[in-house]
Design a protein around this ligand. Structure first.
Ligand SMILES: [Zn+2]
Ligand SMILES: [Zn+2]
Length: 481
């Protein structure tokens, strides 16, 4: 019956891997809704969509141009403002897209900064062009509160954002397509008033610092589900702060920097939140922490941390309590932010020569660019350095190579330069901003009714493992597009 609804899905990204998220909901009317418009990273490529299966284009990850028709796209929905979900938005706008862009209010706060950065990194430094794109973006954005129903008149559908607990402002989105918009087969089922399509976006873990837990699903005739950790369960998150503390204490016994590559939005603030807590609890007692300096070297991360502080009404209860105790989880005394490029260069050189112990958090999270790359080039050959991975490293990214070849004394290519790795490499589990297999299963289990599940945003083994689990446990169709 579902197959007869006439609703089609075209996955323009995050179909074969985890990046480039972009899903098209094509209605029988021939009009469509896009959900996310992310950047491809690492070795991942776009699929050239000719049907719901798509096919391989083998496009270069640097080629982010929109290569599918968008004339029939009447609206864009953004689940959250990570670059792999919004990074191709400037290309879309430059290509002439002038339709409403629905997102949560917090995402609307954060999105212009992300887009400005995406423009500067990937497209242009032309101030007028950047201003023009940002201006258009402000005009097109329709900020909506969580749980509030919004209507998309041009499509005749309505939507609702629900808390996804992944980063500030993140949501999964329910799209309700009225039954009279779908093919005749559905009319035989009078008790179904509409077809509900749910796009999970990225789902967070329970008990993430600062963030509320993901909301439950209600009904999903179609669920487009992320599967980043479809084949893994995270280490116990309750102990992760202790493990972070132990790893750092161990790392700095021989001096040297602890480099933590992290996305500017989300993970950086989570780390700061936990580092503040460790320093708060141990500064008096443990020598390592008494003088520990934490450097956030990223203007973006600093800006976002500022926004996170402004949006504290969206924080969870524990974080609010710390504020009431006069603590400053995202703005503590030993935290230094680096803004100018000159200061950045100076710090890199200083650390290269002194090997002073400190913690450096910088983007990008997968070492594909950003200031982290300069730290790595300068400090990977130094055995006193420790690199601490706390996030997912996609195939083909320098991060993945360091993770893989670092422990055996291999090398990584950074900016076309071969850098030998003498540094210690650690991967700290339990820090993911993504639900693990168990949590994905729990999320799906919150649905009262489930039709078809389409697995996206995961490597092949993750999708296959999750599909198997879902088929065993639920009476639903599972599709790997
Ligand atoms: Zn994300
Ligand atoms: Zn994502």
């Amino acid at each position: 019956m579902k197959q007869n609804s006439g609703i089609q899905f075209i996955h323009h990204g995050a179909r074969e891997g985890v990046t480039g998220s972009c899903h098209e909901l094509l209605l029988p009317s021939g009009k469509a809704l896009l959900v996310d418009i992310g950047l491809f990273q690492g070795a991942e490529t776009s699929g050239l969509p000719s049907n719901s299966k798509g096919s391989d284009k083998g496009a270069d990850a640097n080629n982010q141009a929109i290569e599918f028709p968008v004339d029939h796209v009447e609206a864009l929905v953004i689940t959250h403002c990570h670059i792999d979900h919004v990074g191709r938005l400037p290309w879309l706008i430059i290509a002439g897209f002038r339709k409403p862009i629905y997102c949560t209010k917090a995402t609307a706060h954060l999105l212009p900064m992300v887009i400005e950065d995406a423009l500067k990194i990937g497209l242009t430094r032309d101030k007028n062009l950047i201003a023009a794109v940002l201006n258009l973006l402000e005009r097109l954005m329709v900020p909506v509160a969580y749980d509030e129903v919004f209507h998309i008149p041009a499509l005749g559908v309505s939507g609702r954002f629900k808390q996804a607990g992944h980063i500030l402002g993140s949501a999964f989105v329910e799209i309700d397509v009225p039954a009279n918009h779908v093919r005749h087969a559905m009319h035989d089922v009078p008790e179904i008033p509409n077809i509900r399509v749910v796009f999970s976006g990225d789902l967070g873990c329970k008990n993430s610092p600062l963030l509320p837990d993901p909301a439950p699903l209600s009904r999903a005739d179609y669920l487009i589900l992320e599967s980043t950790y479809g084949d893994k369960n995270h280490e116990n998150r309750n102990e992760r702060q202790q493990r972070l503390r132990k790893v750092i204490e161990h790392c700095v016994t021989d001096g040297g920097a602890v480099l933590i590559p992290a996305f500017s939005i989300g993970r950086t603030q989570e780390l700061l939140y936990e580092l503040e807590d460790i320093i708060h609890n141990f500064a008096g007692g443990h020598e390592v922490w008494r003088n520990m300096v934490v450097i956030v070297d990223s203007p973006m991360a600093a800006q976002f941390t500022g926004k996170y502080r402004q949006l504290k009404r969206l924080w969870d209860r524990e974080a609010t309590r710390r504020l009431q105790q006069n603590r400053h989880p995202l703005n503590f005394k030993r935290l230094h932010t680096v803004d100018s490029h000159a200061d950045h260069t100076r710090i890199v050189n200083y650390l290269r020569h002194t090997g002073d112990p400190c913690i450096v958090i910088a983007a990008s999270g997968m070492c594909t660019g950003g200031r982290m790359v300069n730290y790595l080039k300068a400090l990977l050959p130094d055995p006193r350095t420790d690199v601490l991975f706390v996030g997912y490293q996609a195939i083909g990214t320098p991060g993945r190579d360091i993770q893989r070849y670092g422990p055996t004394g291999g090398y990584v290519d950074l900016d076309g330069e071969r850098v030998w790795i003498k540094a210690q490499v650690h991967t700290l589990g339990g820090y993911s901003a993504h639900a693990d297999q168990k949590e994905l299963m729990e999320f799906v289990a919150t649905a009262e009714h489930l039709g078809q599940v389409r697995l996206v945003h995961g490597d092949a083994p993750a999708k296959e493992a999750l599909a198997k689990k879902l088929r065993e446990r639920f009476d639903c169709e599972v599709v790997i597009p």
